[in-house]
Ligand binder design. Structure first.
Ligand SMILES: [Zn+2]
Length: 364
């Protein structure tokens, strides 16, 4: 690992714009570097489905023993155009008018630096597979639609977390619902009894749906409510959107059923009808804390002087979809801080340790 080459690499990557959906230039840059290193790679053309003008990149370096997969996403959130990174006091920041893009170019740079180190050195290492994804920030699209066919690893480390040493081994199953309540319009003064009040039915349903931390494993939220109309007309239509996230699939299913029951009961009261459209975002990620992958990661983190902890979260990362394909996958911190805002920054020491962590995980 060459610290100055790593820093140059990171700065080069963040200067290459790649807001979600517009990753093409960065895909080409990464491919040209893989080619120069002599690391075999292929394009995983998820572009159209993932809403990207770029593509996932899958790279594979032969080695000895059990293969291991590393993953990071190529896209950044806006404002991410024309990023001018500033280095001072061992920290890299943006110039204050854009994000920095350490989310997730710290992960991409650490993986690429580790690859170059392995290619140039003669230390033995495990077979290394790499999956770079597009449009993570829009809804994990790159990992969702990735071709898992070529991947042989049964262990994966996603480098897309904040604090170094923090290993996220649990993430929720996630479903979003769009609920449409259909009533009947009528003149509110001349013939109110002929109307079916969609807003009242929707309001009753929402009142009966719990929001917030509804049990230890589950959070729920109703996030929108739409109903057009006029005060003198009984409203015929109301639509609301909500989500349920749970670490346990069976709890998610139970909350879905309860939600449907609450909507059905409210509609019955008013004689309204309803439809529920659901969009499944992810299944639950759940890698046991005593799994060999996490044990090794923790040992490596301690070696690097990082305090380590294994945590569940209610957010999701590409680890979720990778895990959904039968691979033990966890997300680990790279040191990126204050992400998704113009104050985003990363300590150079953390960037270096992230590259060292990748290298250490590839030891046979
Ligand atoms: Zn990220």
């Amino acid at each position: 690992m060459d610290p100055s080459r790593l820093l140059d690499r990171f700065l080069r990557y963040v200067r290459c714009d790649s807001e979600s959906g517009d990753e093409r230039a960065f895909c080409e840059l990464i491919e040209s570097e893989l080619r120069a290193m002599g690391v075999p790679f292929s394009r995983d053309e998820v572009g159209e489905r993932a809403c990207s003008n770029g593509w996932n990149i899958f790279a594979s370096l032969p080695g000895q023993g059990e293969p291991i997969l590393f993953s990071a996403h190529l896209d950044t959130v806006p404002p991410g155009k024309g990023i001018r990174p500033m280095v001072a006091d061992g920290v890299v920041r943006s110039s204050g008018d854009t994000v920095l893009g350490a989310d997730d170019k710290s992960g991409v740079a650490a993986i690429m630096e580790a690859l170059e180190t392995m290619v140039q050195g003669d230390a033995p290492h495990r077979p290394v597979e790499v999956l770079f994804t597009v449009c993570e920030e829009l809804g994990l699209y790159g990992s969702r639609y990735a071709d898992y066919g070529p991947i042989r690893s049964r262990q994966a480390v996603v480098l897309d977390g904040g604090r170094p040493g923090i290993i996220v081994n649990k993430a929720p199953a996630h479903v979003m619902l769009t609920v449409t309540i259909q009533g009947r319009s009528a003149h509110a003064a001349a013939a109110p009894e002929q109307g079916i009040h969609a807003i009242k039915a929707a309001a009753d349903a929402i009142a009966a749906i719990p929001c917030g931390r509804v049990d230890e494993e589950t959070v729920m939220n109703v996030g929108t409510f739409h109903a057009d109309g006029k005060p003198n007309i009984v409203p015929a239509l109301a639509v609301f959107e909500m989500e349920i996230r749970s670490h346990k699939e069976e709890l998610l299913q139970k909350r879905l059923q309860d939600t449907q029951d609450a909507i059905a009961a409210a509609c019955r009261t008013y004689g309204a009808s309803y439809t529920i459209e659901s969009e499944r975002h992810a299944g639950a990620l759940d890698v046991p804390a005593d799994s060999p992958l996490i044990q090794k990661l923790q040992a490596v983190c301690r070696e690097l002087g990082a305090q380590t902890a294994v945590e569940g979260g209610f957010g999701n990362s590409d680890a979720t979809w990778i895990f959904g394909h039968g691979i033990d996958a966890v997300n680990i911190g790279t040191g990126m801080s204050a992400v998704h805002g113009v104050g985003e920054h990363i300590k150079i020491a953390d960037l270096e340790n992230t590259a060292r962590l990748v290298l250490a995980m590839t030891r046979p």
